[in-house]
Structures are given as structure tokens and as C-alpha cells.
Write a protein that binds this ligand. Structure first.
Ligand SMILES: [Mn+2]
Length: 367
């Protein structure tokens, strides 16, 4: 129901839930059309010219969930904590319908990622790559689940790079694109990194990170602690830094323990995904000291949908303390200087936990 504001959903015992959608008479704007979709069979649907709540006849006890500033004149408990937490919990395990929507959101987004890659390899600017993505997904940016991150060259090293350079790069060394599609309210959240022509060392690193990403996706299964996947990522990053020759004469264990891997991979391995890109109820406990930015701290169960998004970046503000510290002598500076202009790498898929293992919606959509 993208675009509908001031909507109300009244859930009553023993009756279909009532969905009231605000549709004012307005000759300035087009009225929103509601596409015929199967979920509508589960609701009593009503259009209202008023922003206020539907009639509450015969309701003896009421809880109201929403923006407190808009609920002031309604009777009932506002946003009761236990109820909100229970509702969030119902979103943790996706139904077959929800997984089908997420699969579709992946399929649609991959068409955009392919178009973006082709535009980058043809030398396009970030702005033009964004247009190629929007055209291939037939999605306005305002309808997307989040603003696409499209970083060419060193911009790929800014985790949430938020601009689009309109000038084409003199040399297209690297592209990092993090972009999704919303389908019936459900989001995809996909990242790809492409090495430019002649960037052999960077391309090898991209390939190495992708191999690691495949292994991490394979770890997704019921009973697995998501934090273990995050910790395994750091071991994998250490092995990659060492095999690429970026860090020398330091064991993988020391690289992880001394925070060397965190200078290259500062964020968490991923999060829940659903109607919100960072879906709810992932952090019932505070994150441990070695994973301060991890958004998901639960043991995986069938029906959960998670992202797996390892990264390896050359971020000056994180590398400078490392270079000037006791481990600086282990870092291959000439190689680092060469790769810094490529910014960084992130590879992100959307993965469903199944009864026996996992299903990778993004790789399915890519095939
Ligand atoms: Mn993500």
C-alpha cells in the first residue's frame, strides 16, 4: 500500500481485520489506485475521506499502535511495550507468502544490478549508473526500500556514500552498488562490487571476498548462532588480507584479536530483512564488545530471513591509526596505496533459513 497515509488497521476478535485507507477528494492530485493483490482477501477494506480512526463501536478494551503525536485523542493504551514486542516477534519468522515476496524483490533488483554493472563498465557516472538501475527496475527512487549507494572508485570506501557524481570518472576502477527493490512492501537489500578493466589485484580481492561470502551463506542453518557467522567473517578477512599480501608476518588469530581485521571490516555481517530493510527484533541483548555494530544477535530458526554482507574497505580514518600503531610494519603500504583508489568491497545476499539449511534468494535471482 505504498503511498497511503493515515491508514488504520482495526484488529477485532472473531472478525476479519478492518483496513481503512485515507482517500480524500482532491482535484490537485491523482487518487491512489490499489492494485488487485491476493492479500486483500484477508481484510475488510474501506476507503475513508477522513484521517481519523474508524468507528470503534462495541470495543471494550483497546490498544493503539502508531505515532504517539497522532494518537492523542483516542482512548486506549498507546504503544504498550509487551504487545509491540509480541507483534515484532511475529515478523521474525516469515510465511511462505512473505518469502515469495522477498524472492520477487530479489529478482527485480538483480535486473537493476546487471544494468548498473554494464553502465559502470561502459564508463558511466554514478548518476548515470543510478538511472540505469532505476530504468531496469522500473522503480522510482522514492519507492525504493532505501537510497541506493552507488560509489565509483574511492567513493566505494564510504559505507553509506550518499551522493551521485554527475561527472563520469576518468578511469572506472571499481563500483560498489548497494540497492534494492520493494515488492508488495517487502524489501531486497543487495550489494555487488565490480572491478574495472585492468584492475587485476582488486579483482582478485573481490573474488576472494566472494568465495568467503559463499562460505558464510552456506553457514546459514537452523541452530546456528548468527554471531558465529560474524566471527567467522573476521577469520576469513584475516586469511584474505594475508593471502593478498596486504598484511604480512602476522597470524590470522592475531589479526582478529588485535583489531586489524576490524580496520578493514568495521560493520556487522548483516541483519534481519522483511518489510523493513533492517527488520525488527534482531537484538534482544546488547552486542558484545567485539561486534559493536552487529544488528542481529539471535540463533537462526527456520523462516528467518537475513542478509550476509561481508566487506573489505580501505577507509583512511580507520587505517591511519593502524598504520601508525604497533602493527603498522605488517601492512604492505605500496599495495594499500594502490588499492585505496578502489575504495572497498561489499557483497550482500538475502538468505532464508529453511528447515534443513538455507535458500539464497539473491543467487537464485541471479541465475
Ligand atoms: Mn544490508
Amino acid at each position: 500500500m505504498a503511498g497511503f497515509e493515515h491508514a488504520w488497521l482495526l484488529i477485532r476478535k472473531g472478525q476479519k481485520p478492518l483496513l481503512s485507507l485515507y482517500q480524500p477528494v482532491d482535484f490537485w492530485h491523482a487518487s491512489l489506485e490499489l492494485a488487485q493483490e491476493p492479500w486483500q482477501g484477508e481484510f475488510e477494506l474501506r476507503f475513508s475521506e477522513s484521517r481519523s480512526a474508524p468507528e470503534l463501536n462495541g470495543v471494550s478494551q483497546l490498544a493503539i499502535i502508531g505515532d504517539p503525536s497522532l494518537l492523542a485523542d483516542l482512548p486506549g493504551d498507546e504503544n504498550p511495550g509487551a504487545l509491540c514486542a509480541a507483534l515484532d516477534e511475529t515478523r521474525v519468522h516469515k510465511t511462505a507468502y512473505e518469502i515469495a515476496c522477498l524472492a520477487r524483490a530479489n529478482k527485480l533488483a538483480m535486473a537493476g544490478h546487471h544494468a548498473a554493472r554494464d553502465a559502470f563498465l561502459a564508463g558511466a557516472s554514478e548518476f548515470a549508473i543510478n538511472l540505469a538501475y532505476q530504468h531496469a527496475t522500473q522503480q522510482r527512487e522514492v519507492d525504493a526500500p532505501y537510497h541506493s549507494i552507488i560509489g565509483v572508485n574511492d567513493h566505494a570506501g564510504t559505507l553509506h556514500y550518499q551522493y551521485y557524481d554527475t561527472a563520469a570518472p576518468t578511469k572506472s576502477r571499481s563500483l560498489l552498488i548497494d540497492a534494492g527493490v520493494r515488492y508488495r512492501g517487502y524489501c531486497s537489500d543487495i550489494t555487488r562490487t565490480i572491478a574495472g578493466v585492468g584492475e587485476g589485484r582488486f579483482a582478485a580481492l573481490v573474488q576472494g571476498l566472494e568465495q568467503l561470502q559463499f562460505r558464510l551463506c552456506k553457514m546459514v542453518a537452523p541452530g546456528v548462532d548468527y554471531l558465529d557467522i560474524h566471527r567467522k567473517t573476521h577469520q576469513g578477512i584475516a586469511a584474505l588480507l594475508s593471502s593478498a599480501g596486504l598484511v604480512n608476518d602476522l597470524s590470522d588469530e592475531d589479526m582478529v584479536a588485535e583489531g586489524v581485521t576490524r580496520a578493514f571490516f568495521p560493520h556487522g555481517i548483516g541483519h534481519f530483512l522483511g518489510v523493513q530493510v533492517h527488520d525488527v527484533a534482531g537484538k534482544p541483548v546488547p552486542p558484545p564488545a567485539d561486534a559493536p555494530f552487529l544488528r542481529l544477535l539471535r540463533t537462526l530458526e527456520p523462516g528467518m530471513v537475513v542478509t550476509i554482507e561481508p566487506g573489505l574497505y580501505f577507509i583512511p580514518s580507520l587505517l591511519e591509526p593502524l598504520l601508525s600503531g604497533p602493527f603498522g610494519r605488517h601492512i604492505n603500504r605500496p599495495l594499500l596505496d594502490e588499492l585505496q583508489g578502489c575504495g572497498g568491497i561489499r557483497i550482500e545476499d538475502n538468505v532464508v533459513v529453511t528447515d534443513s539449511g538455507s535458500r539464497n534468494l539473491t543467487r537464485e535471482a541471479e541465475a
